[in-house]
Design a protein around this ligand. Structure first.
Ligand SMILES: Cc1cc2nc3c(=O)[nH]c(=O)nc-3n(C[C@H](O)[C@H](O)[C@H](O)COP(=O)(O)OP(=O)(O)OC[C@H]3O[C@@H](n4cnc5c(N)ncnc54)[C@H](O)[C@@H]3O)c2cc1C
Length: 432
């Protein structure tokens, strides 16, 4: 079989997630911009709490990062915890870390309650050290996380690493058994169906073009202009992630959209698959310019990384296939003659401080900046925004931290400086 420039996960979902609701209403209580995990999770919670909610998705539900990712449902945050502790203090980071654990429970609960057939499994994750210095840091990290957050990570010395991974290139590893894996496209499709079942109206192929604050009979409202007409909403949630456009400029200028690419091999013989990943972990390495990889439920090796830094285009996807294949063989020489059957790309929503953020911008609720932790985080943040709108107290720790704008040249819609950022991270990987 030859290589397909196609998302393997999308090929496992039979039908479009949901049929579009028909006519646009004149008004809704809450309008959600974007139909990925964040927007759909918010809509599901709102609808279950009796709120009249509509989700507008420019493409099809789950079309963005939510159907293209590695399906790793990870504990922790993108940044190693000492960095946020230094920035925000231990008390707030304790709440952030606890949110990261709660967010995995949140995904597990949704998949169980909504009967979503997406291979959710608490298989744990394994971080592997590319340098001795990285491995030396694991002991300290694990001790800090145990002491401050009462959460256990296990250190795997090099001599025991073969129990975790069929590769000899690493200096050791660190395992977190609380992390999970799933099929992301099936999960987002199930989430869309669940939101719709709960009563949310879902509009696909409906791009939000502009949102204006307005006042009706003295009450503050929003006028939402879409490619299929306009409507009034009491509240708006921006859940457009890395694909945020000039339709919502206040959020757009905070997002740094970074491309990430994935290949999937042909189906591997069961004994080879077991050799490569004996415990079926979600695996990533310790570099800035990292590789992440795992087995798929049908035993393909799925191998991803930032092969190109730009958001995905036909060209970057094609170039990435060979770059990633070379990376994969570097880790697993056993796969030298294995065929690559799928390659695809997607865009991650980074922020300048590499932290997720939530709160209000221009009077609208938003959550963004999930980077490589969005499967769990976007689901959790969406539900939390819904709770806020329903009047629950604000217990989102990420709401209280400053949200810096992205520098010109890195921000969504204007990314000419991204290759420089990529080069900088490569230099860091060389030096540290
Ligand atoms: C290749 C790749 C691998 C990844 N791997 C992992 C992983 O293994 N684990 C992990 O936790 N995270 C991973 N991530 C990150 C994770 O996928 C995202 O953080 C998460 O899906 C974000 O969800 P979201 O709902 O915020 O955004 P998205 O799923 O991107 O949804 C946003 C949606 O908004 C729509 N939209 C944008 N503007 C408008 C508009 N004006 N009107 C209407 N609709 C609009 C877009 O079409 C899009 O569908 C990965 C991401 C990529 C790209």
């Amino acid at each position: 079989m030859s290589i397909q420039e196609e998302n393997f996960w999308a090929a496992t979902v039979d039908s479009p997630p949901v049929a579009a609701s028909s006519e646009l209403p004149d008004s809704v209580e809450v309008a959600v911009v974007g139909g990925g995990y964040c927007g759909l999770s918010a809509a599901r919670t709102l609808a279950k709490r009796g709120v009249n909610v509509a989700v507008f998705e420019a493409e099809t539900f789950g079309w963005g990062a939510s159907s293209r990712n590695g399906g790793m449902v990870l504990t922790g945050m993108k940044l190693p915890v000492p960095t946020p502790i230094k920035r925000y203090g231990i008390e707030v980071v304790r709440k952030m870390y606890s949110a990261s654990l709660e967010s995995i429970d949140c995904v597990e609960t949704i998949t169980r309650e909504e009967n979503i057939d997406c291979n959710f499994s608490r298989c744990g994750h394994l971080e592997v050290a590319c340098k001795q210095a990285h491995f030396d840091g694991y002991e300290e990290s694990a001790a800090l996380i145990q002491r401050e957050f009462n959460h256990e990570l296990r250190i795997i010395p090099k001599k025991e690493l073969r129990n975790e991974i069929g590769s000899d290139i690493y200096f050791g590893g660190m395992v977190d058994d609380a992390s999970a894996g799933l099929n992301p496209a099936r999960y987002v499709a199930g989430l869309a169906r669940a939101a719709q079942r709960a009563g949310a109206c879902l509009y696909d192929h409906t791009r939000v073009e502009r949102v204006e604050a307005t006042s009706i009979n003295g009450a503050r409202k929003f006028r939402v202009y879409t490619s299929r007409g306009d409507l009034t909403a009491r509240e708006v949630i921006l859940a457009s992630g890395a694909y945020t456009t000039e339709a919502t400029p206040a959020l757009q200028k905070k997002i740094i959209p970074i491309g990430s690419y994935i290949i999937a091999t042909e189906i591997l013989p069961a004994d080879l698959a077991r050799e490569l990943s004996p415990r079926n972990r979600m695996i990533y390495d310790s570099k800035h310019f990292l590789y992440y990889y795992r087995l798929t439920p049908d035993n393909r090796m799925l191998f991803g990384g930032r092969a190109a830094f730009f958001p995905e285009t036909e060209n970057t996807v094609r170039q990435s296939a060979e770059i990633l294949r070379r990376g994969m063989i570097g880790v697993y020489p056993q796969l030298r003659d294995t065929k690559i059957e799928f390659v695809w790309g997607g865009t991650l929503d980074f922020t300048l401080d590499v932290m997720p953020h939530a709160g209000k911008l221009d009077g609208m609720y938003f959550a963004a900046g999930f980077a490589g932790h969005g499967v769990a985080a976007a689901t959790w943040f969406g539900a939390k925004l819904a709770d806020l709108i329903c009047g629950d107290p604000n217990d989102i720790p990420f709401d209280s931290i400053k949200f810096p704008a992205a520098p010109f040249g890195l921000r969504s819609g204007n990314t000419w400086a991204l290759p420089l950022a990529g080069a900088w991270y490569r230099i860091l990987d060389f030096l540290t």
